[in-house]
Design a protein around this ligand. Structure first.
Ligand code: ZN
Length: 157
């Protein structure tokens, strides 16, 4: 039995072909906590102000705020494992992502997505992405160059 990283409730893993043969990742959040995150379903659109595709994994609501509070402010590093599958499914294959905070870097590292936190290094790439925890993180840093994709973990509504 696992404990949910957010509420410490029990995490049940249903027995299936995938779990028996360990091809499924262990679950880190209980069903209730996991379902409290609202997925961002909008189709990525080119941002007229910036000229690149902007995407998000989740909507920033109470669940998102709670996660950020624990992960960033209370430095609960374990929470980096929670959304690896969701982040992987939204990142563009083969793209290296610039990260602005250590917490964003840790999420991509855990998800196995190529990343760099060196602006000079990444601006020399033919094309690259930007991964931020939320919109404010993106606004804190203006980046130029061949940016191809922006992915926010939480999008403000
Ligand atoms: Zn929970």
């Amino acid at each position: 039995m696992f404990k949910c990283l957010l509420c410490s409730g029990d995490v049940r893993r249903e027995l299936s072909f995938a779990t028996v043969f360990e091809s499924a990742p262990p679950k880190y959040l209980c069903v209730k906590c996991h379902e409290s995150f609202v997925k961002w379903h909008k189709k990525s659109a080119s941002d007229a102000n910036y000229g690149y595709a902007v995407d998000a994994v989740f909507i920033l609501d109470d669940a998102g705020q709670n996660y950020l509070e624990k992960y960033v402010n209370l430095q609960d590093d374990e929470l980096a494992v929670c959304f690896t599958a969701e982040i992987r499914s939204k990142c563009y294959a083969g793209l290296t992502y610039l990260t602005i905070s250590d917490e964003a870097s840790q999420l991509l590292k855990t998800a196995g997505i190529p990343f760099s936190n060196e602006v000079e290094e990444i601006e020399n790439l033919r094309e690259w992405g930007l991964f931020c925890l939320h919109e404010n993180e993106r606004k804190e840093r203006t980046v130029k160059g061949n940016i191809n994709h922006v992915l926010l973990l939480f999008m403000e509504m």
